[in-house]
Design a protein around this ligand. Structure first.
Ligand SMILES: Nc1ncnc2c1ncn2[C@@H]1O[C@H](COP(=O)(O)OP(=O)(O)OP(=O)(O)O)[C@@H](O)[C@H]1O
Length: 314
């Protein structure tokens, strides 16, 4: 369990993390999302004591990271900064880590296998591809068989097989009852792997919710119905967990809590004519963009030639 209370980090004038309160619970994968510069890496660095909070606190399993007697066995972290000596082999790097942390040698072989590094473990880590480097970082994070695993952008640089490997690994770690906290900008991947989400923007908490609820709140899982008799259809569809909205005088209704199929069947049962019946799904990416719209610091631009400007002299 990771517990942040009023966690704040300032770098001079810049408030990178601004009074964050959240808890990351065991037994589930929690995604950590936020636009570039939102404060995710800074938060993660504070969790493992690489940065000190300006105020507030963060604990792992009830203690500050530095207070744990065997921190690698408590929290395994993959952070952005690479800490591998380029001339060292993956095997030697992991062995050195194991030796200095009282971890048995056989565990080194286990994590090498687990991370799929068997064939390159004796090669210089400096010659590793981005994906291999990520795998080595994950192997190091798992070396102490920690109860809490925290990974910053773990799929960065991984090929599709590697992405699938990470997805299954994170789920199995959570199924074993561990606390799994993972940041990523790949929303499609997050939607597949995370159950819970902590979303931040400009250092502040924007949402502490489930993937399903975030999507629902962004208008996902609703069905648009157009009917000849909206008043009667409202009555027919009403029930626990069903939410119906629609402008008075309009033949359109937005329904959540029932599938398009259920709505169609109920309407047919009561002889109500429908003109339109369409499910509206919102992706996690759309829900995230909506939630963080006002918290994006770095906007890009896309120059698209408009029909009016096409062919016009420059
Ligand atoms: N050592 C530092 N000194 C000064 N400012 C910093 C430092 N580290 C981070 N920042 C600033 O704090 C803010 C948060 O940065 P952080 O790297 O935590 O964001 P992030 O959410 O991890 O971003 P990204 O998704 O781009 O990795 C940014 O504005 C960044 O420029």
């Amino acid at each position: 369990m990771i517990d942040a209370q009023r966690l704040t980090k300032r770098y001079g004038e810049k408030t990178a993390v601004d009074g964050l309160d959240f808890a990351v619970r065991p037994g589930t994968v929690t995604g950590f999302l936020g636009p570039n510069g939102a404060g995710k890496s800074t938060t993660m660095r504070m969790i493992v004591g690489l940065d000190a909070p300006t105020s507030g606190s963060v604990t792992v399993n009830g203690r500050h990271y530095a207070r744990h007697r065997a921190p690698l066995q408590e929290v395994g972290a993959l952070l952005e900064a690479k800490s591998v000596h380029p001339g060292r082999s993956a095997h030697n790097h992991l062995q050195a880590l194991a030796l200095t942390h009282g971890i048995p040698r056989r565990r080194v072989e286990e994590v090498i296998e687990l991370a799929g590094l068997g064939s390159v473990a004796r090669k210089r880590a400096g010659a590793f591809s981005l994906g291999m480097g990520q795998r080595l970082g994950i192997a190091a994070a798992l070396l102490g068989d920690p109860q809490t695993v925290m990974l910053d952008e773990p799929v960065n640089g991984l090929d599709p097989e590697g992405v699938l490997w990470i997805r299954n690994l994170l789920k199995s770690l959570a199924d074993e009852g561990r606390t799994v906290f993972v940041s990523s900008h790949l929303m499609s991947e997050m939607a597949l792997v995370a159950d819970h989400l902590i979303v931040i923007g400009r250092g502040r908490l924007l949402a502490d919710t489930t993937v399903a609820d975030l999507i629902r709140e962004a208008g996902g899982d609703t069905v648009h119905v157009a009917t000849q008799d909206p008043v009667r259809l409202r009555d027919v569809l009403a029930g626990p967990g069903v939410d119906i909205t629609g402008r008075i005088g309009s033949d359109g209704l937005q329904v959540s809590g029932l599938s398009a199929r259920e709505i169609g069947l109920k309407a047919a049962e009561h002889g109500i004519a429908l003109f339109e019946l369409s499910a509206r799904t919102v992706s996690l990416e759309e829900a995230f963009m909506e939630l963080t719209r006002d918290a994006v610091e770095y906007h890009g631009t896309t120059t698209v030639e408009s029909p009016e400007s096409a062919g016009r002299p420059a």
